[in-house]
Design a protein around this ligand. Structure first.
Ligand code: NAD
Length: 292
């Protein structure tokens, strides 16, 4: 079945909204600052989503868009300035989160840019008070569909510091056995290990990384559908975002989202999947800073 990520993300946004509304009544408004350097088209799309969600839950989001060649020092100054609260028409605007939108142009080393841990609602700093939004969103998604991770085996493809690696940590904390894979893994070994996985999470950014050929599902003539043979995952979470001919795809091929796999596993949709959860977690983290 395709997982209804939209409803799940909405549930979390509604929770953030309730928290924030209480303070609006006291004329205090949370501010989320999004610092963007350059004009990356994918970033523009993500930022549009964040601005839309912010408006929906009652966060005053401000986009600080800087030219491509902005030096690190200037970016840092903009970030430092965001931390000041201000009053307008009797309303107090309180800094409740600062994001540096990635990717940044090549001349910038993100390690030189400091966002205070308390405002790091994207969870990028090592000592951030928050988990990174994407792995956190994946965990909330798994919990929301009632999937019990205890003692299960999860394969996580991708080991980046913002998605794959923190996700592995979070899964292990839930008593899950984790198979963590990066691009150096031979394909045939990955295929063998996939037979042992109950959960597959792909965060590689490689279109068609996982196809029908990688899974060992069994055709059931009675239900005219594949069924889970026990050696294919019962949950597939596709974090990857890839573009081809202007259309967005995940890492998992589209055929695995067709009806013939309905009885085999649960899977996130191509559009409106993990991305919505990532955004919802950003709203929750910002609401948390605001209300604590
Ligand atoms: P990244 O490039 O930093 O890391 C990719 C990881 O995948 C690396 O560890 C790499 O070794 C591994 N990898 C690449 N090809 C592989 C292969 N063939 N087999 C095994 N491992 C392979 O990327 P990232 O920032 O972690 O993002 C990963 C993907 O998730 C991207 O497509 C990105 O756009 C997407 N993403 C989605 C969201 C969301 O909210 N949906 C958020 C963040 C990232």
């Amino acid at each position: 079945m395709i997982i209804d990520c939209k409803s799940i993300a909405q549930k979390y946004k509604d929770m953030a909204k309730v928290k924030i509304n209480r303070m609006w009544n006291e004329k205090i408004i949370p501010c989320l600052y999004i610092v963007q350097v350059g004009n990356n088209p994918a970033s523009n799309a993500y930022i549009r989503g964040k601005l839309k969600d912010s408006e929906e839950v009652g966060i005053h989001a401000e986009l600080i868009k800087l030219p491509e060649n902005t030096p690190e020092k200037q970016i840092q100054k903009e970030i430092d300035d965001c931390q000041d609260d201000y009053m307008v028409d009797g309303f107090e605007y309180v800094c409740s989160g600062i994001i540096l939108q990635l990717p940044v142009p090549e001349h910038i080393n993100v390690k030189n840019i400091k966002i205070p841990d308390w405002a790091d609602v994207d969870g990028f700093n090592k000592n951030s008070e928050f988990h990174p939004c994407t792995p956190l969103g994946v965990m909330k998604l798994i919990d929301s569909i009632g999937y019990n991770l205890d003692g299960k085996t999860a394969m996580v493809i991708g080991q980046s510091s913002i998605v794959g690696a923190p996700l592995c940590d979070m899964l292990m904390k839930r008593h899950c056995n984790v198979i963590s894979i990066n691009s150096s893994m031979e394909r045939y070994i990955r295929e063998e290990m996939l037979l042992r996985a109950d959960v597959l999470i792909t965060a590689a950014g490689r279109m068609n990384l996982i196809t029908e050929n990688d899974l060992d599902c069994k055709w059931n003539i009675k239900i005219n559908s594949y069924e889970n043979s026990g050696s294919c995952p019962d949950l597939i979470i596709d974090v990857g975002i890839n573009y081809k001919d202007g259309k967005q795809y995940g890492d998992v091929s589209e055929e695995l989202r067709t009806d013939k796999y309905n009885h085999c596993f649960d899977i996130t949709p191509r559009i409106g999947g993990v991305g919505l959860m990532t955004r919802a977690m950003l709203m929750c983290n910002t609401a948390h800073v605001f209300t604590k």
